[in-house]
Design a protein around this ligand. Sequence first.
Ligand code: UDP
Ligand code: MG
Length: 314
Amino acid sequence: MKQLISLVVPFYNEEEAVRVFAGAVLPVLEDIPDAEWEVVCVDDGSRDRTLAGLLKLAAADPRFKVVELSRNFGKEAALTAGLDAARGDAVIPIDADLQDPPELIARMVAAWRDGAEVVLAHRTDRSTDSLLKRGTALLFYRLNRHISNIDLPENVGDFRLLDRAVVEALKRLPERQRFMKGLFAWLGFKTVSLDYTRLPRAAGRSKFSGLRLWNFALEGFTSFSTTPLKIWTYLGGVGAVVALVYALFIVGRTILFGNAVPGYASIFVAVTFFGSIQLISIGVLGEYIGRIYVETKQRPIYLIRRLHGFDAEP
Ligand code: UDP
Ligand code: MG
């Protein structure tokens, strides 16, 4: 039997990208020897004509399938929906905007057939991303390496090949808030990495604003590290020692020289400084408690309005 390769593509307001994407991906998939393929397109609650475009694709070619979500759930949830629906022996999540070059797929499949269970696509050149985006990305990876207990490969996105075994393993991770890169890294498995150059978007605009990236980074830290929770114990300890030394100094000085009542400035500084430290630490607690709250509600990660082109329920 031929192997089945699935592409999983999240679409959010990508009406210009739909046809360009299909046009670019088709010849690549047709060229893969000894394989059948399917393209699982996830419409992540687009407000433009993306869904109509996808349905047209699916009507013209049964190998294109559409998972229609009930609203915008975000890229991570859309990817999860696609991975759940994909049936392939190998599954490849890829962006709709062609920033992940489809030409790499043939090399990924070859590496997979050579025994790799995960084939990463490593960006050697991000010069198409802005300086700020590259700088903050670098900072994120550095910090993450120090405080978290997984090794997040640098400059690797969601574009990768996953063996069926890896996809099944991923399905066993039940968290609602899904930092996909981290989840993938946590799984392990036999991994090889291929280099490629990140291209500019083929059409449309990026959906990730500065604030969204910041929240994404917070998700990354809090999903895989409790270090931000723990540092306050040590900071508090150091603060207590400093305060004790200072107290002894004040008492000694008062005994030796009497009390001339100054000290307004030092009290003010101490009160405001420790007050803000406490607020920060409460804020960090809040980040974690908020996530615990969301997890305990056990809501589904995504909701499907309709499946198009699937033979039976996946
Ligand atoms: N995307 C999605 N849901 C969202 C935001 C983005 O499915 O809420 C999809 C989007 O359509 C694209 C992919 O995720 O296929 C990557 O998004 P984008 O290109 O905007 O991110 P960037 O490349 O700028 O990091
Ligand atoms: Mg993009």
